[in-house]
Ligand binder design. Sequence first.
Ligand code: PXL
Length: 288
Amino acid sequence: MRVLAINDVSCVGKCSLTVALPIISACGVTCDILPTALLSTHTGGFTGYTFRDLSEDIPAILAHWKSLGLRYDYIVSGYLGSIEQIEMVKNIKAAFLKEGGTMIVDPVMGDNGKMYAHFDDAFVEQMKGLCRVADVIVPNLTEACLLSGMAYDRACKEECYGELLGALKSLCPRPSVTGCDITESSEKKSCVCYIGEDGAEHRYGTEKIEGAFHGAGDVYASALVGCLARGLHTDAAVKLAAEFTKDAIARTKQDGTEARYGLNSEACMYGFLKALDAAAKGAPAPHM
Ligand code: PXL
């Protein structure tokens, strides 16, 4: 299996490619990368960061790859620095995704009810267009609201998750919304609300750990892609990715790491990979 991860390189503050590459590779599949921008840190929680847009380099990189005949089973896109880059990703899907391959879009635009720096309504509109050509999208609750038009305070209510998924399904067949909260047997849980291969709505709850943790969406998306690329069905992939993310959040809190430096997922990787190997028994063997 060959995966292409399109995302930025934030040198410090684990997110984007510094999360995607180690996690997807560790899952046992080849992960190539296309960096969209180079930043000294990510933009959430740091000031004074450097930001170099790499759009100018991308056409020559793609031309070289074309000459090598490269094609991908999975393409996953994350942080995109401009509307032009959204267009580029659509073209990359058309040129490099194998027939029957899977396109996964993490529509990185905001968190905790707010848009990140550098984004605006025009970007949101274009991102909806990218989600329309995806097989799977992995927005957090804030991004799900931007894409669906639902107000954030309504979307945070458990009884509205069905309506939210319905609205997202009109963009993409398999949305997977992170950062939801549910009550299960009077216990508050974090939850992923998603549509499976069966087209039906599902929920997977994990222990709720209070706090806001930067990079959690990147860990979840990367683990989900790795699991899908190993042949797991959506239900099993969501479960493993959600548990791994929860474990990484718990570890980060236990270590007392500042949230803006990202999740300490490294220490939880071994447990995740053992669970993945067990789940992948019977699934098609990965080939490079
Ligand atoms: O984790 C999402 C993300 C990715 N890349 C950059 C970001 C953010 C969120 O702030 O700033 C550059």
